[in-house]
Design a protein around this ligand. Structure first.
Ligand SMILES: [Mn+2]
Length: 233
């Protein structure tokens, strides 16, 4: 059994599909965790959500999807009319859902699934979440503010309280684009800036193989796939 993590897909169905086949995920035994921010910015938000939802239904217990701050914004718009989402690509995402889902009900159900996902997932080795964790709050009582935690805020926390919160397990996350994936023994940021990174050439989607400590990178500018070793710091 191998463990995979992908996060911040941001509407790139093609990248997602290429990485899934490149990683040769064995759906009989491997585990895949999706770290949130499936939607906004890219062209096919609804396609990504639909694909991930299908994977969780086909392989329950093996595929686990988490909420990101972009799904949170969508939920706040749908439930409370909070317009923040619209300035983060919500208009295009609404159109994408309308295109992808034949009926209003299906559209509603797909969106609701995405914004009702849990804040974290844990296994015996790792804790997975979108952006970060507050060491002073128990895992099951984390504030929803963790979805917005900046890399600066998360990485300035000392190691010990964080590891005592997780029972010694490192935290696997996304949220802030990075060009390379590094592991400091406590945290690993796997967001490679899909449809987000300021520098066009650096916009990528990463599929992390935590078992072999490697990651596959799909570079959006030239549509190339690369495999790299996770850096240790
Ligand atoms: Mn993101």
């Amino acid at each position: 059994m191998r463990k995979f993590f992908i996060t911040d897909i941001h509407g790139d169905t093609k990248g997602l599909e290429l990485l899934l086949s490149k990683a040769e995920v064995d759906w009989k035994q491997d585990q895949l965790v999706v770290g949130g921010d499936m939607i906004n910015r890219g062209k096919d938000s609804a396609g990504v959500v639909k694909h991930i939802k299908q994977l969780t239904e086909k392989h329950p217990g093996q595929v686990h999807a988490l909420i990101g701050n972009h799904e949170e914004m969508m939920g706040n718009y749908i439930k409370h009319g909070d317009k923040l989402w619209l300035s983060h690509g919500g208009h295009d995402t609404l159109r994408s859902f309308a295109r992808t889902c034949p009926g209003q009900d299906e559209q509603q159900a797909l969106m609701e699934w995405a914004y009702s996902l849990p804040l974290y997932f844990e296994d015996e080795e790792y804790v997975y979440t979108h952006a970060g964790l507050y060491p002073e709050e128990p895992l099951e009582q984390q504030s929803r503010e963790i979805l917005w935690m900046t890399e600066y805020e998360f990485y300035r926390q000392p190691h010990e309280p964080l590891l005592s919160l997780t029972g010694g397990r490192p935290v696997i996350h996304g949220h802030t684009p990075v060009e390379r994936i590094y592991f400091d023994g406590v945290r690993m940021n796997c967001d490679m800036g899909s449809n987000t990174y300021q520098v066009l050439e650096e916009r990528s989607l990463g599929m992390v193989n935590l078992t072999e400590m490697i990651y596959h990178v799909y570079r959006q500018a030239d549509q190339r796939l690369e495999t790299r070793r996770i850096g240790r710091i």
